[in-house]
Design a protein around this ligand. Structure first.
Ligand SMILES: C[S@@+](CC[C@H](N)C(=O)[O-])C[C@H]1O[C@@H](n2cnc3c(N)ncnc32)[C@H](O)[C@@H]1O
Length: 285
């Protein structure tokens, strides 16, 4: 069984790992609040919307399953876990020039891309994340990455120390590419799940409207229903989302357990701009 304070203290004293990608909705600046509101004790850890994995890397519980629906991202986790040396060699070949950027970015428009191995694909993903505009991840309707060149002086494409620390942190961790709904079959009583889904947009409160990024109202409801079922099973959950009337309605059952926190967003997949934004943390304990 894990004790949250011991986990957090152990990591303070040991290897510090930063998320290896800049990720929209990344939770770096809310980490203290998330640690504060995590359950005191839990068995295994699950993070089904892992993204850049800020909370996972902060806690590094060895009995963890991390997952996300993005196959390219989950390939990077797998390669860092299994082939970090090969990845570093591959990354060293990539140069931060506009010409190279577009050549690498547009590689997925070419049939040859199917012949790239997973290490090359992981290196491309990290390279694009560091050199594209604002570290955004966006693909067009055909699934081709389409964020423009960021023109950064020193984008730190290979942070070798952090990649090796991430490799250590991922040892024995279960990595999956799947929908958040699949966590249900694995989680058992006493386990802890942190859900950090794409947020409900701040400017839409209607129950009938659909949201961007395919993570629509139905999925927000599915997530809430999943939380209800997990609660019945004795699984601890913590959910992050935006501070909207819709969220308070959806999670009315947990109203007394909703915490309001201030987030200072650097990049914003949730597209409400920059600066201080109120968010909520919902728990069932
Ligand atoms: C707000 S971000 C998570 C940020 C993460 N906590 C961090 O620290 O970087 C939401 C993530 O949910 C993933 N996602 C979107 N729809 C999903 C689904 N149906 N199932 C699982 N993951 C999904 C996205 O790929 C994205 O990485």
């Amino acid at each position: 069984m894990y004790n949250i304070k011991q986990l957090a203290l152990k990591i303070d004293a040991k290897i510090k790992v930063q998320p290896f990608v800049k990720w929209a909705g990344g939770k770096r600046q809310l980490l203290d609040e998330l640690v504060r509101y995590a359950p005191k004790w839990f068995n295994r850890y699950f993070e089904p919307f892992v993204g850049g994995g800020a909370l996972f890397f902060r806690l590094q519980p060895k009995l963890s399953t991390i997952s996300d629906i993005n196959p390219e991202l989950m390939n990077v986790y797998q390669i860092i876990k299994d082939q970090v040396d090969d990845l570093i060699i591959e990354l060293k070949k990539l140069k931060n020039t506009e010409q190279d950027f577009y050549k690498i970015r547009n590689a997925d428009r070419n049939l040859d891309y199917n012949k790239w191995n997973n290490v090359q694909k992981a290196a491309r993903f990290i390279y694009l994340n560091k050199t594209c505009y604002n570290g955004l991840y966006r693909v067009n309707s055909k699934g081709y990455f389409n964020v423009p060149y960021g023109n950064y002086q020193n984008p730190n494409i290979i942070d070798e120390h952090n990649l090796r620390a991430s490799n250590e942190a991922l040892r024995n961790i279960v990595i999956k590419c799947q929908s958040f709904l699949d966590v249900e079959k694995d989680a058992r009583k006493g386990d802890f799940i942190y859900f950090d889904p794409p947020y409900i947009p701040l400017n839409r409160t209607s129950f009938t409207k659909y949201f961007k990024d395919d993570f629509d109202l139905k999925m927000q409801v599915d997530l809430r229903d999943l939380c209800d079922r997990l609660s019945e099973k004795g699984v601890y959950f913590m959910v992050s989302n935006s501070h909207t009337p819709l969220i308070f309605r959806l999670y009315a059952k947990y109203a007394k357990l909703i915490k309001e926190v201030d987030a200072n967003r650097a990049i914003n997949c949730k597209s409400e701009g920059r600066g201080k934004v109120k968010e909520v943390i919902i728990t069932n304990y």
